[in-house]
Design a protein around this ligand. Structure first.
Ligand code: PMV
Length: 331
């Protein structure tokens, strides 16, 4: 009998310039590049134990045994690791998030980043950051970015095999003192998973081509803003990238709408804050939560104002976080 195990932790990330749509479904290659901020404290801890006596992969998610689609997705991902390591043993995966799963707080990002690191180390592999990012991307596009900390650029890449589609840290988030205030508006699971929502948008939305066309210039503007530490320029791009993405989804047939009433009220509150002189820019992912980009000096005030919006259940000020890290390994 042989057992090897590793535990890894990864933080989630929130895209400031969004990814929405795939150029290759099989390899999970994004149609556009994206830029995100990794957030400290919204994380997944995952243990992978390869055990030659196991008959099948098993998954425990947030304390419960998981079957069906979540297990199938993890097992498919583990096959990539097994193939690379020439390993046949099945694995026991134990994973837990410290925030709501699949409700727009990007749990798949931290989940597949933590899994990529834990599974490769448990399998005896030592991958570079870029290689881990390429692997994590196979689980979920946004996971490619959670391998790294701070501001992260996920390159679209042009190669058919996807090996140039990896994330890279672009730096400066910690020294600069950016903050992301999260306003949770729902405890429930989101109705349309991001993979389905973006596929349906690509197939049916008359605005999808326009969304794709705006993405590269937005990415270039965001990279420039990050390099110049220009929060306002970054905020303007952040808000328009999000709204353009959601507009393309809302124009799909039938529409894909992630916003709740509280999301729109949160957006309006952000507009009002800005009119009052606060540095605050709205973003929102494939879920109803409100996220506000700001700086360290104003984050608490913005958090309090956002918490006062009807339908916002609670708020949290997030600081830039580190990349995925190994917690423990044993062979
Ligand atoms: O990679 P996924 O399936 O987590 O999709 C991410 C989609 C968005 O969160 C809406 C945008 C993004 O770039 O993270």
């Amino acid at each position: 009998m042989s057992v090897t195990r590793a535990i890894a932790e990864a933080n989630t990330n929130i895209a400031l310039v969004k990814y929405w749509g795939k150029r290759d479904k099989q390899l999970n290659l994004p149609a556009v590049g994206s830029l995100s901020l990794t957030l400290e404290g919204l994380s997944t801890r995952t243990e992978v134990r390869f055990d030659s006596t196991l008959a099948a992969d098993a998954l425990t998610l947030n304390g419960d045994t998981a079957m069906g689609e979540p297990l199938r997705r993890i097992s498919k991902f583990l096959d990539l690791v097994r193939m690379r390591a020439a390993l046949s043993a099945r694995a026991q995966v134990v994973s837990a998030n410290n925030f709501p799963t699949a409700a727009g707080l990007a749990s798949s990002a931290s989940a597949f980043a933590a899994l990529a690191l834990a599974a490769t180390r448990a399998a005896g592999l030592e991958l570079t950051g870029a290689e881990l990012s390429v692997l994590a991307r196979r689980g979920s596009g946004s996971a490619a970015r959670s391998i790294f900390g701070g501001f992260v650029h996920l390159h679209r890449g042009v190669r058919d095999d996807g090996d140039d589609c990896y994330a890279e840290e672009v730096g400066g988030a910690t020294e600069w003192g950016v903050r992301l205030v999260v306003g949770v508006t729902s405890e429930g699971q989101k109705e349309t998973l991001s993979t389905d929502g973006m596929q349906h948008t690509a197939e049916t939305s008359p605005y999808y081509a326009q969304w794709i066309a705006t993405s590269e210039p937005d990415l270039a503007a965001a990279r420039k803003a990050v390099a110049a530490r220009d929060l306002e320029a970054l905020g303007v791009v952040t808000e328009r990238s999000c709204l353009t993405m959601h507009a393309s989804a809302m124009a799909a047939r039938p529409a894909v709408v992630y916003f709740l009433g509280a999301t729109i009220d949160g957006y309006r509150a952000v507009q009002t804050m800005r009119k009052g002189g606060l540095p605050a820019w709205f973003t929102c992912d494939a879920g109803p939560h409100v996220k506000v980009l700001t700086d360290a000096e104003h984050a608490e005030e913005i958090s309090q104002k956002l918490a006062a919006v009807p339908g916002v259940l609670r708020t949290r000020v997030c600081v830039p976080g580190k990349g995925a890290r190994l917690v423990e390994e044993q062979s």
